[in-house]
Design a protein around this ligand. Structure first.
Ligand code: HEM
Ligand code: HEM
Length: 165
């Protein structure tokens, strides 16, 4: 994803949004059972009572999308630091991972909402497939971050911890 203007580092806001979204996505997986159980009841035609964890899934997922769109706006308006690339191929891999993560931060809430608010079972099926793709991309992303931190020791992780520029 090319940045229109490069900056020396991520801003405090960009860093805060990155880790806030990480926490929100983690809670979507950790507390997923409440949403799955409620969805099963609904598709079985049963009554589903109020569950705060279901509300958290809907609201948390919506926030993920809002924050992802906000981050994309910040990328174009403010810019992001130049990628630290170990090699051309790994640079492309990192870029593709970031594009995929942004796409899923939007597709997950959209598919979930179409299922939940529109009662579309196919969208729930899609949501269930995408949740695996998202998890795989996050795993790849974390492996990449750890590789930069412990093998290359090039300060990539520090960029997402301390604001600059
Ligand atoms: C980044 C945002 C989201 C993530 C990471 C996420 C993740 C998940 C996960 C891991 C499950 C459990 C599936 C299972 O193993 O049974 C799930 C289920 C579900 N989610 Fe989300 N979700 C997100 C956003 C949303 C939103 C915004 C809504 C609704 C407005 C939603 C509606 C649902 C529904 C209806 C299910 C039940 C589907 C089923 O069990 O077949 N999700 N979600
Ligand atoms: C749900 C989990 C996560 C998602 C969706 C996510 C998403 C992203 C995205 C889209 C970027 C690119 C930022 C941009 O340029 O706009 C990024 C950067 C970054 N992420 Fe994550 N991330 C997650 C978790 C993590 C974790 C757990 C770590 C650390 C172990 C991490 C470390 C980093 C680092 C170091 C960068 C900066 C890379 C660079 O400067 O080139 N992320 N993340």
């Amino acid at each position: 994803m090319p940045a229109s203007n490069a900056s020396t580092g991520y801003s405090r806001l960009q860093i805060a949004l990155h880790w806030l979204v990480f926490a929100l996505i983690a809670q979507q997986y950790i507390f997923k059972d409440a949403m799955s159980a409620t969805w099963d009841r609904i598709t079985d035609g049963l009554e589903a009572g109020f569950d705060p964890l279901v509300l958290a899934h809907v609201a948390g997922g919506a926030l993920v999308m809002i924050f992802a769109l906000w981050r994309l706006t910040l990328r174009t308006r403010r810019g992001v630091p130049q990628a630290i690339e170990a090699s051309k191929v790994r640079g492309i891999l990192a870029k593709l991972t970031h594009v995929g993560l942004y796409a899923l931060m939007i597709l997950m809430p959209v598919s979930g909402s179409v299922a939940w608010f529109g009662g579309v079972e196919a969208a729930a099926k899609g949501h269930n497939v995408l949740k695996i793709v998202l998890l795989a991309l996050v795993a790849l992303h974390v492996v990449g971050a750890l590789y930069h931190q412990f093998v290359l020791r090039d300060g990539t992780l520090a960029r997402m911890r301390r604001a600059q520029g």
